[in-house]
Design a protein around this ligand. Structure first.
Ligand code: ZN
Length: 123
C-alpha cells in the first residue's frame, strides 16, 4: 500500500516540476517581443517594431502575396493567396521565439526581443 502511495506522490511531483518548468519557460524565456523579423526567400525583408501599428504587403498577386499586420504589440498575416493558408490561421504572435511560416511563399516571420544578440553574452 505504501509503495503505491509513494508512486502517486512521485508522479504528482514530476507533473508539478514539469509544470513549473513550463511556467518558468513561458515567463522568463518567452518574453514579450520587440520586433517582427520578416524573412522572404531566405533574405531579411523587414524588421518591424511591435510597438508601432503598421501594415506590410509582401509580393503581388502574380507571385503570391502576404499582408502582414502589426497591431497592439502582435504580428499576424491577415491575408494571403497561398493554397494552405497556414500563415493566416497561425493568428497573432507577440512573444520571442514564436514563428509564423508561409511555406508556399517561403515567408518566415519571427518575433525577437530588443538586443537579443547581446543578451546571449550577458548570460
Ligand atoms: Zn501562407
Amino acid at each position: 500500500m505504501h509503495k503505491k502511495r509513494n508512486t502517486i506522490i512521485f508522479a504528482a511531483l514530476v507533473i508539478f516540476v514539469a509544470f513549473a518548468g513550463l511556467l518558468v519557460q513561458e515567463t522568463l524565456l518567452k518574453k514579450e517581443g520587440s520586433y517582427a523579423v520578416i524573412q522572404s526567400h531566405g533574405m531579411e525583408e523587414a524588421r518591424l517594431p511591435l510597438s508601432k501599428n503598421t501594415e506590410l504587403l509582401l509580393g503581388d498577386s502574380e507571385q503570391g502575396y502576404n499582408r502582414i499586420v502589426v497591431e497592439d504589440g502582435a504580428v499576424s498575416v491577415t491575408e494571403a493567396d497561398c493554397a494552405d493558408k497556414i500563415c493566416v490561421h497561425a493568428g497573432k504572435i507577440s512573444r520571442t521565439g514564436e514563428v509564423i511560416a508561409c511555406l508556399p511563399h517561403e515567408l518566415i516571420i519571427t518575433v525577437q526581443g530588443a538586443g537579443e544578440d547581446t543578451d546571449a553574452y550577458a548570460w
